[in-house]
Design a protein around this ligand. Structure first.
Ligand SMILES: *[C@@H]1O[C@H](CO)[C@@H](O)[C@H](O)[C@H]1NC(C)=O
Ligand SMILES: *[C@@H]1O[C@H](CO)[C@@H](O)[C@H](O)[C@H]1NC(C)=O
Length: 370
């Protein structure tokens, strides 16, 4: 009798806690998010509407896994300054993944006006993902229609992003003035981060596919970049940390983009360096400005034509950079300050379709830089 009612109670308890755990850890309404983050280490985010002026704040307990399985939509955030980014992910030993058919939609078309940044339409344009992660992995996320910058990777270490798909092709539509509506839609911005690997990314955007402004041991492998400004280091200079050390960019394809391989440093804005950088097995197609561009005169408003040596570019290996640029584009453009660049090893560069212009390039580039 006693044992009978005990087991009944146990069954009831198990049923209740089972329901609670499942209901609480699967999020399909914005109001349920906080509770799930507070009590679960395995969270599923299904179809979800994020209301106006709100964001996903995933400040996660160590060891948490978050799986996106549905359609996540962000309503526009029209209060200037209210929402700096749509998604913030913080923690250590975190796994974020997406399953087939999910998509995270930033509703970028509500913001696009051809100017990006902080100007233009009165509604603010929030960045998409702010990552502050260590020993973590993000895999197979599908993102579309981004207001501006997609992944801000800052203060991260030992982080892998694998199989990320960023489809901002709708942002290619033109303003009445003929500019792309999407602007400043950088895919991966990396700063002050160590041991970062971005592999198997597919990106169609309107700005840098990768932009590293500081950090060490950064890898970009097996990527496809379409429509943007290229695989970039920079701009470097003018920040607290102006050191980029140890970059490997391998086995990637860049098409219909302004640039392919790109390093841009600033003149007269603090000392720093870009060193131990390798670009290898990169295929270019339909490049409209420059196939390979390395310039030490970069400014936000545009290059000045006056390079400075303060951010030294050394130990730069380019190997197997092939393909074509458009007729009016340059295959290779180098502008180094006197003493600004050293110890470059270039091999297997074969880019058809445009001329080259090189000033101050070290001897290792001279066979290709005419
Ligand atoms: C790159 O892609 C190839 C072919 O799809 C695959 O075998 C390899 O594992 C990938 N490398 C990385 C680092 O993901
Ligand atoms: C460069 O590539 C073209 C095809 O784009 C090829 O015909 C040519 O032989 C290559 N040159 C070298 C030196 O590999």
């Amino acid at each position: 009798m006693v044992s009978g009612s005990l087991s009944k109670a146990a069954v009831l308890l198990a049923a209740i806690s089972g329901v609670t755990a499942q209901g609480g850890c699967t999020v399909t309404s914005y109001s349920a998010l906080k509770g799930a983050i507070a009590s679960c280490t395995s969270i599923t985010i299904g179809d979800l509407e994020v209301p106006r002026n709100e964001a996903l704040d995933l400040s996660l307990k160590s060891g948490t896994t978050v799986t996106f399985t549905g359609k996540v939509n962000f309503a526009p955030t029209p209060k200037p300054g209210r929402t700096k980014q749509l998604v913030t992910i913080t923690g250590s030993n975190i796994k974020i993944r997406g399953t087939t058919g999910h998509v995270i939609n930033g509703n970028g078309q509500a913001y696009w006006d051809g100017v990006g940044g902080n100007s233009g339409k009165t509604i603010d344009k929030p960045k998409f993902f702010r990552l502050k992660l260590s020993n973590s992995e993000i895999s197979n996320l599908h993102v579309k229609n981004v207001p501006v910058h997609v992944f801000s990777i800052s203060g991260c270490s030992h982080l892998t992003l694998d199989g990320i798909r960023i489809d901002n092709s709708a942002g290619d539509a033109k303003t009445s003035g003929g500019k792309s509506l999407g602007h400043n839609t950088d895919a991966f911005d990396v700063g002050e981060s160590n041991d970062i690997t971005i592999s198997n990314a597919w990106v169609h955007n309107q700005d840098d596919c990768l932009a590293i402004n500081s950090g060490t041991n950064i890898k970009f492998l097996n990527g496809t970049c379409i429509g943007g400004h290229g695989l970039s280091i920079g701009s470097v200079g003018g920040r607290n940390n102006n050191v980029v050390k140890g970059v490997q960019i391998r086995n990637s394809k860049i098409s219909k983009s302004e640039n392919g391989v790109r390093i841009k440093t600033k003149a007269g804005e603090g000392k720093g360096s870009v060193s131990n950088v390798e670009y290898s097995n990169i295929v270019l197609d339909g490049i409209t400005k420059r196939g390979i561009v390395i310039q030490q005169d970069y400014e936000n408003g545009g290059p000045t034509g006056k390079p400075g040596p303060e951010i030294h570019i050394s130990d730069l290996t380019l190997s197997g950079i092939t393909g074509r640029v458009d007729g009016k584009a340059k295959a290779i453009y180098v502008l180094c300050a006197s003493g600004g660049c050293s110890n470059w090893k270039w091999s297997g560069i074969n880019i058809s379709g445009g001329g080259s212009s090189c000033s101050g390039a070290p001897a290792g580039a001279s066979a290709f830089c005419k």
